[in-house]
Design a binder for this molecule. Structure first.
Ligand code: IVH
Length: 666
């Protein structure tokens, strides 16, 4: 193919792809790719169109998604034309691009500075006031025409209904759902057996377009305001004044916004905000750098899409492109199937990645992935990288990937979960399920027989010394055989047998967790244990009655109920009891001094963290792993890091070790 044809083909492919993504994002509120993938492809298209402009007709470029603000909307709310278009922002990924943005400002301005703000990942809206009263609120829509969502906006506390300002006023900002409220919403949806929402932005979008304002109120949307239309008519001359103006009228504004003077200060802000943003209760997708002095705005002007007076800086995404070499499934201890990707090894955030998760079949099918496709892989907060989407349509494998229907370890037919989202290997005798169950049983948070770790479990399985959980407690009869095994010294065998015997004194909750019952994590196991009291009651307890506790939903209760009614499980529990494992619940609380107050521990203390955890629980307190508004105290040792700064931000009382001990003594 001639170069021209090839470029044209590539550009049309990209245009088509981005149009599809735009449709999913704007019309369906259901993005199919991450922002970073979208941005990479969008910028690629823009570059190609600019570089090879002569290969295209005017019409061909004009209809490209790069030339319009791509947000149409479904017809539910009435349409309103914006008095002033709601523009988007140009993006920068490096300090050089910010320098370019500043150089352009230098052409028209002499004395200028910057106002830098978090870029809130929500939905933009424009709100009008007349005689100090909120009269209309409209979404961005396609930038020119939006939807009237006034009644829904009235449910948002951070947008006042009445302001102490009589002139007609139009303000703009971003509606969002706080991370806390997002998590709450998903918990509710899960309890109601409804599909969970992918992220706070989607959740906010879905909520804002609810037809029933009562639902909007319940979900607790929030908003940050950052823009006054025709600011100079309100005697506002800089972004900083605008920020104060909005703040004084009772609008919520971002606390992190700053007035800065030099590119070095901007660079410093970018560096600091990278950490700071992790602690915020709302999601951001970068920062916005605005020229502070409004007097230059008109002169700077704008393109059809974005103004030259502001730019969005986006952090380098931790995303890489590579080939999907194979798709295979693994089976976990509850039989749950996970789809995985074998990748052509690729560098990703400082390490080489060859495997990534693909979650479940629906995930693969939705993204239309198949072996040999070029894909994007991303390492986010989690340790396991994830395939997030197709990177190129060019050499796409045209076949669709077929659902895997048999267990690769035991050849059983896999079964679908009720929601059809997940698959399970139903075979309790599946060697892989067994192996995973045994490894889990001895793990640290379960029975804590760590001298019998993954490697040893495998060794014992291979040599036929164990086959199921009960065999662990029979191992002492095979002491001499154990000592003959390769890699097992006499000393380590004795140590292992001691640890097995010691596990007989564990608290009941540990064995409940150790049994790999679906949906039973260590926290829920604790609660169950506190009711069941001892293992000999385990089979006869009425689990369905547990739904009265808010930690235990119907799904969890049913899961245990079903488990204890299965023949092989009844046998397992009875065999364990016959082996003398009638574990008791260790009543952990000794007094109520701490009265259910919650603690988070951080930094280095004089004794181990578990020592302090035990102390808190014994005295009637609760230990949490991360700082949130629900935390009452932070017990902070030396070198405390992000938890300390977050606690400070949330005004949580901070105790050092001495103060904490004094609290117990009082
Ligand atoms: S200023 C002329 N400030 O980002 C545009 N926008 O990608 C005025 N956004 O459409 C926008 N946080 O919806 C501005 N602090 C912030 C923002 C922000 C989020 C959104 C806004 C805009 C989009 C552009």
């Amino acid at each position: 193919m001639a170069e021209k044809d090839e470029i044209r083909k590539k550009v049309f492919e990209l245009q088509k792809q981005i149009n599809e993504w735009d449709h999913a994002y704007y019309d369906l509120d259901s993005p199919i790719v991450s922002d970073s993938v979208y941005d990479t492809e969008f910028n690629k298209l823009k570059k190609l169109e600019e570089q090879y402009a002569s290969y295209f007709s005017y019409e061909e470029i004009k209809q490209s998604p790069t030339q319009r603000i791509n947000a149409s909307s479904l017809d539910i709310f009435s349409k309103v034309k914006h008095d002033k278009p709601m523009l988007s922002l140009n993006k920068a990924y490096s300090i050089e691009e910010i320098q370019k943005f500043i150089n352009n400002i230098k052409k028209v301005a002499i004395n200028f500075s910057f106002f830098v703000e978090p870029k809130i990942d929500g939905l933009s809206i424009s709100v009008k006031y007349h005689d100090g009263k909120l009269i209309q609120a409209v979404t961005r829509g396609d930038g020119l025409v939006g939807e009237d969502v006034t009644e829904n906006i009235r449910q948002i506390k951070s947008i006042p209904q009445v302001i102490n300002y009589q002139k007609d006023l139009e303000v703009r900002g971003e509606v969002y759902l706080s991370i806390e409220d997002f998590e709450k919403l998903n918990e509710i949806l899960e309890k109601e057996n409804k599909a969970k929402l992918a992220n706070p932005r989607n959740a906010a979008a879905g909520t804002l377009r609810q037809l029933n304002p009562a639902i909007v109120k319940e979900r607790n949307l929030s908003a940050f305001l950052y823009y006054v239309v025709d600011a100079e008519e309100h005697n506002i001359h800089s972004m900083e004044e605008e920020f104060n103006f909005l703040n004084n009228l009772g609008f919520q504004v971002t606390k992190e916004s700053k007035h800065l003077y030099t590119i070095d200060e901007i660079q410093e802000y970018i560096k600091n905000f990278k950490n700071e943003k992790q602690l915020l209760n709302y999601e951001t997708d970068g920062i916005v750098i605005k020229l502070n002095e409004i007097q230059y705005y008109d002169k700077l002007g704008s393109t059809a899409k974005f103004p030259h007076s502001a730019i969005a800086f986006k952090y380098e995404p931790d995303t890489a492109i590579t080939t999907l070499k194979n798709i295979f499934i693994t089976v976990g201890r509850t039989g749950l199937v996970t789809y995985n990707a074998l990748l052509e090894p690729v560098e990703l955030s400082g390490s080489t990645v060859s495997f990534a998760t693909l979650n479940n079949f629906k995930y693969i099918d939705d993204l239309n992935l198949n072996i040999n496709d070029l894909i994007y892989v991303k390492k986010a907060g989690e340790i396991i990288p994830c395939v997030i989407g197709l990177a190129s349509l060019k050499h796409k494998n045209p076949a669709r990937f077929e659902k895997i229907t048999t267990c690769p370890y035991c050849q059983s037919k896999l079964i679908d979960s009720d929601s059809s989202l997940e698959q399970f290997c139903p075979n309790e005798q599946c060697p892989e399920v067994k192996r995973r169950k045994l490894i889990h049983f001895v793990s640290k948070d379960a029975m804590d027989i760590v001298t019998l770790g993954e490697k040893n479990i495998e060794l014992l399985l291979e040599n036929g010394l164990i086959n199921q959980i009960t065999d662990i407690y029979k191992l002492k009869e095979y002491c001499s055989q154990l000592m003959q095994l390769e890699r097992m010294g006499n000393k380590s065998v004795l140590k292992m047998l001691d640890a097995i015997e010691a596990s007989r004194n564990q608290s009941l909750d540990r064995i409940i967790y150790a049994l790999s019952i679906k949906l039973i994590g260590s926290k829920v196991a604790k609660l169950i244990a506190s009711k069941v009291k001892e293992f000999s009651n385990f089979l006869s307890f009425d689990y369905l009655s547990l739904t009265q506790y808010h930690e235990i939903g119907e799904k969890i209760a049913t899961s245990v109920h079903e488990w204890v009614n299965k023949e092989e499980n009844i046998k397992l529990v009875n065999d364990l009891l016959a082996l003398g494992l009638n574990l008791k619940y260790h009543e952990e609380k000794e007094n109520d001094i701490l009265n259910n107050q919650s603690f988070v521990i951080t930094g280095t203390l004089s004794k181990s963290r578990s020592y302090f955890e035990e102390l808190i629980v014994k005295n009637g307190g609760i230990v949490l792993s991360s700082v949130s508004s629900k935390t009452n105290f932070l017990l902070a040792g030396e070198d405390a890091g992000s938890k300390l700064s977050k606690a400070n931000k949330l005004n949580i009382k901070i105790l050092n070790e001495r103060e904490f001990l004094e609290m117990l003594n009082n």
